[in-house]
Design a protein around this ligand. Structure first.
Ligand code: ZN
Length: 220
């Protein structure tokens, strides 16, 4: 292969990526236009627009970044009612806890939902053996920040039983429980509000196969 073949190939690949990116942007812009049309078509467009601006969250949701688990969609909730923090495998690192502390201090939210989900790729990657049906984490030496994230998940799922009927689901559950514990361990305001009964932390699992959310009993 000559140098010009190679550069031609690279230019072709860059063009393909560019086209994919502009297609994605166009799709987002079209979606936003439909959203704006929906506001305009509302019986009370000004009222709807005002409701979209108002922030009055009654619940905080710490969920996974997985594209199949958007909290506002799965809870059929409108803008302004959920304070959502999303991170791969819904772990509680400093930025996530800081965001939650802000919501508690700002709006006195009485409910904090830790939302895991079935088929969570981050949880699968943190397990000793990749569960059936899970994709391996693509190896890229540039992804240097992924290691600490996987370590957080590994810490939570370390107690997973290999004899559980569904070890992957068991690990998802342990990851939710571990996050619920970590939130109280690392945040004095969360701990205090829970103790006073002003804040309830509830774990839940979204089943991507059915769309159902399973609310968990507190870990014993
Ligand atoms: Zn996930």
């Amino acid at each position: 292969m000559t140098t010009s073949d190679l550069s031609g190939q690279q230019a072709g690949a860059a063009e393909a990526v560019g086209e994919t990116q502009s297609n994605g942007l166009a799709r987002l812009a079209e979606g936003n236009a439909r959203f704006l049309d929906g506001i305009a078509a509302s019986p009370d467009p000004a009222g709807l627009a005002a409701a979209l601006v108002a922030a009055d969250p009654y619940a905080i949701v710490l969920g996974c970044s997985d594209s199949r688990v958007p909290p506002e969609l799965i809870f059929d909730e409108g803008a302004g009612r959920l304070f959502v923090v999303r991170v791969a495998s819904n772990v509680a690192g400093q930025s996530e806890i800081g965001s939650i502390e802000y919501a508690i201090a700002r709006w006195n939210c009485p409910l904090l939902l830790v939302l895991g989900h079935t088929q969570c790729g981050g949880v699968a990657a943190a397990m000793d053996r990749l569960p059936a049906g899970a994709d391996a984490v693509p190896a890229d030496p540039g992804a240097v920040n992924l290691g600490p994230l996987l370590s957080s998940i590994k810490f939570n799922v370390g107690r997973a039983s290999t004899t559980a009927p569904d070890p992957w689901l068991e690990a998802v559950r342990l990851n939710v429980d571990g996050t619920v514990e970590a939130l109280q361990l690392w945040s004095p305001i969360i701990r205090a509000r829970v103790k006073l009964g002003e804040l309830a932390i509830v774990g839940a699992i979204y089943h991507v196969e059915t769309g159902a959310v399973e609310f968990l009993e507190p870990a014993g």
